[in-house]
Design a binder for this molecule. Structure first.
Ligand code: PLP
Ligand code: ZN
Length: 407
């Protein structure tokens, strides 16, 4: 058995059923190019004893190390990520009578949930002998990789859309990463990154193009189970969806908990996207098995400006299997939600996280969410790098006919 207790057995491709030895350094499926997902020997875990061991463990996502891929604790690259608080939001005006909770990843290292995936992926990459890493990013993933790369002693290159908020660019550089700015959205940044890196020996940490960031994001679901497993367990989780890896990760967590006999409950997952870039919501509505790229994407929420998520089949499958759905919000509503979360509840939410709060009204109106529900909103990042007056100006400009731009 691995020294960490990791029960990792293989990497599986759900598209073509290929199985890959996880001791190999791989990105996507060598047969068909889709995402690979880690599998564990769950039968070897004494599930009740495992749950019983959690309280004595340090409050980070590494408390779930048996269901994470790293084999040697000396390879773990940690900044204390995970185990974020769940806050009650009482008397939300848009959702009268509904129990609303908010899981707040804004306090994680580098200010977002991206720390989860990067801690696990950088640890595993280093364990498998990787010497340099790169990522195309909307901002937060780049900052997180810059920090974890620095801690691991790996050189990092980050490809950012030119319009990425300045604090994110500064953040990457502060951690010593090289920043390459690319015109366009994350799609163009990804294409530029892959073209530029093809001749290098650097490893691609793009979401779902390597198998382990999603394992870090899986801990969002494991934590929700640990923190709320009694009567507070959410019947619905509202999640701001860009690439959708968080949805794939949480779905995987609930599947593994079910396979372990720990929980039959599966919260309905709701994907929230901005009206100006909603390829996942559109595909859910149309009954499609994969997304078609969104034309002319635009939103003030940088992490949701993802017109063509990779391996979207897995994202759609996660939402559908949970019995959930998709919902869009306007940029104007996102900015109002940021202000309301801050002023009514003392919560600093990123535009992405605030989009979940903005979605509550339409989820209630359409009957997707009702008074029997406990709804968990996922705040994926802190709002501190964002200026509300600046976002206000952007959405006001947009409503006068100008085209909205990412800040
Ligand atoms: C703050 C924030 N929330 C949500 C997302 C989207 O995450 P996912 O890829 O899991 O859909 C991002 C991605 O950049 C982000 O930075
Ligand atoms: Zn495959």
């Amino acid at each position: 058995m691995a020294e960490t207790g990791s029960l990792l057995t293989s990497l599986e491709c759900r598209a073509c059923c290929a199985s890959v030895d996880p001791s190999r350094l791989v990105g996507t499926c060598p047969t068909c190019g889709h995402a690979l997902l880690a599998q564990y020997d769950l039968a070897r875990l004494d599930a009740r004893a495992w749950v019983g061991s959690w309280p004595a463990r340090a409050p980070s996502l590494w408390r779930y190390r048996e269901l994470l891929p790293v084999q040697h604790s000396s390879q773990i690259v940690s900044l204390g990520e995970g185990y974020s608080p769940v806050l009650p939001l009482n008397d939300v005006p848009a959702a009268p009578g509904v129990r609303v909770r908010l899981k707040d990843d804004g306090g994680l290292p580098t200010g977002s949930f991206k720390a989860r995936g990067m801690s696990v992926a950088v640890s595993r990459a280093r364990e498998l002998g990787v010497r340099a890493v790169y990522v195309p990013s909307a901002g937060n993933a780049g900052v997180a990789l810059s920090a974890y790369g620095a801690r691991a002693g790996l050189p990092v290159r980050v490809y950012l859309p030119e319009r990425t908020p300045a604090p994110m660019k500064v953040g990457c550089r502060t951690y010593g990463a090289q920043v390459v700015e690319v015109p366009g959205t994350l799609r163009e940044a990804g294409a530029a990154a892959r073209a530029a890196e093809a001749a290098q020996r650097s490893f691609d940490l793009s979401t779902l193009r390597e198998p382990y960031r999603v394992e870090g994001k899986k801990t969002m679901g494991l934590e929700i189970f640990e923190q709320l497993r009694d009567e507070e367990f959410p019947s619905a989780i509202v999640y701001p969806t860009g690439g959708g890896t968080g949805l794939v990760g949480m779905h995987k967590a609930f599947e593994e908990l079910r396979a372990l006999g720990l929980s039959e409950r599966r919260p309905r997952l709701y994907a929230v996207q901005p009206e100006g870039c909603a390829p996942v919501v559109r595909a859910l509505r149309d009954g499609a098995t994969a997304v078609t790229p969104w034309e002319d994407p635009s939103t003030i929420a940088p992490g949701l400006l993802v017109p063509a998520p990779f391996s979207s089949e897995r994202v759609l499958e996660a939402v559908r299997a949970s019995g959930g759905g998709g919902v869009t919000v306007r940029d104007r509503e996102i900015v109002d939600a940021m202000a309301e979360l801050a002023r009514r509840f003392g919560v600093s939410a990123s535009p992405e996280g605030a989009a979940t709060y903005a979605a509550l009204g339409s989820l209630v109106r359409t009957g997707a969410v009702h008074t029997d529900d406990t709804v968990l909103l996922y705040n994926t990042g802190t709002g501190l790098p964002f200026s509300l007056p600046e976002l206000e100006r952007l959405v006001a400009g947009a409503s006068e006919g100008a085209s909205p731009e990412a800040p």
